[in-house]
Design a protein around this ligand. Structure first.
Ligand code: G4P
Length: 525
């Protein structure tokens, strides 16, 4: 085996941060980037106050609405590791984008607001990580504010998410009374505001797990309370198990405050020690491809057009699954068997994009795309002939008819629709025969982003007519008889030319199934 490749892959840590909006994902990302030296100033990732804009908030609409619509990628080196953070949109209307991003990571960090506990979006995203069996690390944030009792938060993790937890550190007080973190793992106390509490940032613990000799922290009842909690956890809590962490069955829990940068570095150091490096990825048949396979391969989990308004470019994000990428290598696009040379590629640092010369399994690279790629495509070098497993697709629930407002602008209208559909921003269906365009989405905001981007990026004003909620069900082409279409369902084709019905409601769908009992109807995820 290529030793250098092995070492390089082992140094890769590729993860996503998941959370409910406002839990502090952006703030913690920013702190991590500061530690990695990828940015020099707080407020670079999202600076509402400084007037700067998040690098991850590429689109105007994100700035206007204060939400993160698309995922971005940030890379930095820290403690001999190459860290790739994949940002994910917090808003639930963009969960499809997030789900695809989670296919490209090896672990996830779940940020929880200590006052709010497990919120709905956290729960949903957690489920996807669970489905994939990836390790999940938990950061309970905002310790500088009064929140729920730490023991209650652990109980919530176990009850609501049904995952065992292991606290890596434990708060001594919180809010205004926050004294520090009892760091089980490093056998020390990390002092909050060291100047006020004895001067040192870290106070070592003796073999009995206590501070040796007199110390100002010991004068507080909060210290005793923390020791009591820890005793309880040692006796009744879960045991630390690297194997169970790796299987996604046990989540290590860290406490801290992203805003005041308390506990974040300890989290990063410990996380990088236990977070998995890239492992084998499954292909379509469930076979695993080792990341150490020397030939390059990867899949496209995201396409983003017009990231840089000045250049109007389109970038396909590739998660490398095996081997080495060198600029200019020749690859085959699995779907079309088309051969191509990858000479125009980029990687993402927080403040800039740089041309990438060399990358290995675990890394994310961006390829300038001239329309060759689609979401979910696999590319491979040589004779690998691999096709990675399909990305999850969701059954849209809301539908709109869409037309160009100005008939003279048909060309840019079609171009825009097709590009945004290829990006996976929205689904497109066409009616049989008349070929009317119908858009499908999981969340309302997707339509708004579509409309906004059509105007801003393609100069095409669109007219959208709501069709309301429908139930989309696919039918095998061989089962289809066009006379099955009635006033309660609409027969359309998806972008792969597969037929499906949009049913008015459950009743209409049941009526159909009763009438055609042998016809199988299927939904996506
Ligand atoms: P998100 O990406 O998960 O949506 O959350 P984000 O980091 O934007 O944080 C949401 C709000 O919570 C921000 O306040 C942020 O300053 C605050 N916050 C994040 N971490 C902490 C923490 O550890 N302690 C406290 N007290 N607050 C925290 P905001 O007022 O909405 O925004 P801003 O105007 O401060 O940027």
């Amino acid at each position: 085996m290529n030793e250098q490749l092995k070492q390089e892959v082992a140094s890769r840590k590729t993860f996503a941060i998941i959370s409910h909006p406002d839990a502090g994902k952006t703030t913690i990302t920013e702190q991590l980037l500061l530690f990695g030296g990828a940015i020099r100033q707080a407020g670079t990732v999202k600076g509402k106050k400084t007037g700067k804009f998040a690098k991850s908030d590429w689109m105007e609409i994100e700035k206007q609405r204060g939400i993160s619509v698309t995922s971005s990628v940030m890379q930095f080196d820290y403690a001999d590791k190459r860290v790739n953070i994949l940002d994910t949109p917090g808003h639930e209307d963009f969960s499809e984008d997030t789900y695809r991003t989670l296919m490209a990571v090896d672990s996830a960090v779940m940020v929880i607001d200590s006052a709010k506990g497990i919120e709905p979006q956290t729960k949903k995203l957690f489920k996807v990580c669970r489905m994939r069996g990836i390790p999940i690390f938990t950061f309970i944030n905002k310790l500088d504010r009064d929140g729920k009792e730490p023991l209650d938060l652990l109980a919530e993790l176990e009850e609501v998410l049904e995952i065992d937890s292991y606290p890596m550190n434990w708060p001594i007080g919180m809010g205004k009374g926050l004294l520090g973190l009892y760091d089980n793992f490093h056998q020390r106390i990390e002092v909050h505001r060291p100047d006020e509490h004895g001067g040192e940032r870290y106070v070592p613990l003796n073999d009995a797990g206590e501070i040796e000799g007199p110390h100002v922290l010991k004068e507080s009842t909060l210290y005793d309370q923390a020791l009591e909690d820890i005793l309880l956890l040692t006796e009744a809590g879960n045991e630390f198990s690297e194997e169970r962490i790796a299987n996604g069955e046990l989540t290590p829990v860290f406490f801290g405050s992203a805003l005041t940068n308390f506990g974040v570095q300890t989290f990063l150091d410990t996380y990088l020690q236990f977070a998995p490096s890239p492992s084998a990825h499954k292909d379509e048949d469930g076979e695993k491809i080792s990341p150490y396979t020397e030939e390059f391969s990867g899949f496209i989990f995201k396409i983003q057009a017009n990231m840089d308004p000045a250049h109007r470019d389109r970038i396909a994000f590739v998660r490398i699954c095996s081997g080495i990428f060198e600029r200019g290598i020749d690859v085959t696009l699995s779907r079309t068997k088309k051969k191509m040379r990858l000479s125009n590629s980029t990687q993402f640092m927080a403040e800039s994009r740089e041309s990438v010369e060399h990358a290995v399994a675990g890394d994310i690279i961006g390829l300038y795309d001239t329309g060759n790629f689609q979401i979910g495509d696999t590319i491979f070098q040589g004779k690998m002939n691999v096709d990675y497993e399909k990305l999850p697709q969701f059954t849209p629930e809301m539908f709109m008819r869409v037309n160009a407002k100005n008939v003279m602008k048909q060309k840019s209208f079609h171009k825009g629709v097709n590009q945004l559909v290829q990006e996976g921003a929205i689904q497109l269906y066409k009616t049989f025969h008349t070929e009317d365009y119908i858009l499908g989405a999981v969340g309302q905001l997707q339509f708004e982003v579509f409309q906004h981007r059509m105007l801003n990026e393609y100069n095409a004003e669109v007219v959208m007519t709501p069709m309301g909620n429908k139930i989309a069900r696919w039918i095998k082409p061989e089962d289809l008889d066009e006379s099955m279409s009635s006033s309660r369902n609409l027969l359309v084709r998806d972008r792969h030319d597969q037929p499906l019905f949009l049913f008015e409601n459950q009743f209409a769908m049941r009526w159909f199934s009763d009438k055609y009992p042998d016809v199988e109807l299927s939904a996506l995820l």
